[in-house]
Design a protein around this ligand. Structure first.
Ligand SMILES: C[S@@+](CC[C@H](N)C(=O)[O-])C[C@H]1O[C@@H](n2cnc3c(N)ncnc32)[C@H](O)[C@@H]1O
Length: 289
């Protein structure tokens, strides 16, 4: 564990590994729990300007609603959530659409965390441990696939798109949300700070992601820059870091992580305004036939 900790601290030597990923989540658990993990989500929220302020939980449901709108799943479809985290999103997507879901994540610890609550796995959502860049599935299997906020951790976005192309059926849809670099780029110290804090081996612009996806054979569909709505919801998450029954215990479990995480949530809109980091929702499609 010590060796993994040392490796994951030093971005210049960051070679993503399952052990390193687990270590990152263990170290950051007090932060992630307050951010939303306690409620089954390991992700950002979505709060549209001009709408009433949602709860932290509702803001995460809102983000998934946007993903669902693009996925257009039908009852009986087979879909893959690659990087599913705690599994609540996969359970919820299957529940609302009638689709059958596979949740895949590299961390068994996360997949199992809420097993005892009896929510995930569920009748229509099962899980599998695996790597999003080397999918343990046969080709042409899934009607749709999505990855919410996890490509930043993957060792290669190119391998991810190649694998998505392989496992999707012709005509299958792929929805990806991702932190990307703004068009203007960012000072190196800043990208290194982001990479270090988010266990991020590669950071790309949205254009580069499109290029990779289309080189792998995808049709690039719509791209929405949802930075405003996502970073507005960061404020709700930052507030939730302060409130709640277990916050003092969480803070004491990792004061530095807690402080840095909250600072990032508050700084994120400033970084976005300067086009350093943006949040994109992208739709791709495997060509028919
Ligand atoms: C920020 S969380 C997002 C989880 C989930 N998609 C959600 O919306 O709550 C990122 C997830 O990606 C997973 N992950 C990281 N690297 C991975 C890989 N190579 N293959 C599969 N999952 C991976 C992590 O274990 C973590 O659960």
């Amino acid at each position: 564990m010590e060796a993994a900790r040392e490796r994951s601290h030093d971005i210049r030597r960051l070679t993503p590994s399952r052990a390193g990923m687990e270590d990152f989540y263990v170290r950051n658990e007090p932060f992630f729990d307050a951010f939303g993990s306690e409620e089954g989500f390991d992700c950002c929220g979505y709060w549209m300007e001009g709408t009433p302020r949602p709860s932290n939980y509702q803001s995460k449901l809102n983000l998934y609603q946007e993903i669902l709108n693009l996925l257009a799943l039908q009852s009986g479809d087979l879909a893959l959530d690659a990087g599913c985290g705690l599994g609540e999103p996969a359970r919820m997507v299957s529940h609302h659409t009638g689709a059958k879901l596979f949740g895949l994540d590299i961390q068994m610890r996360r997949l199992r965390r809420f097993e005892d609550r009896g929510r995930f796995p569920s009748a229509r959502a099962s899980y599998l441990q695996g790597d999003g860049v080397a999918l343990p599935f046969t080709s042409n299997l899934f009607d749709a696939m999505y990855s919410n906020e996890c490509l930043l951790h993957f060792s290669s976005r190119q391998s991810y798109f190649e694998e998505a192309m392989r496992v999707l059926k012709p005509g299958g849809r792929l929805v990806v949300t991702d932190y990307v670099l703004g068009k203007e780029g960012a000072p190196r110290w800043m990208t290194e700070w982001i990479r270090y804090h988010f266990y991020t081996p590669e950071m790309f612009t949205a254009d580069r992601s499109h290029q990779l996806a289309s080189e792998c054979g995808f049709i690039v569909g719509s791209t929405r820059d949802i930075t405003g709505a996502v970073f507005r919801a960061h404020r709700i998450a930052a507030l939730s870091m302060l409130r709640g029954r277990r916050r003092i215990a969480q803070f004491l479990a990792g004061p530095r992580i807690y402080f840095e995480g909250t600072l990032f949530l508050l700084l994120a809109p400033w970084l976005a305004d300067r086009s350093v980091v943006r949040f994109q929702m992208m739709l791709f499609q495997k060509p028919e036939g």
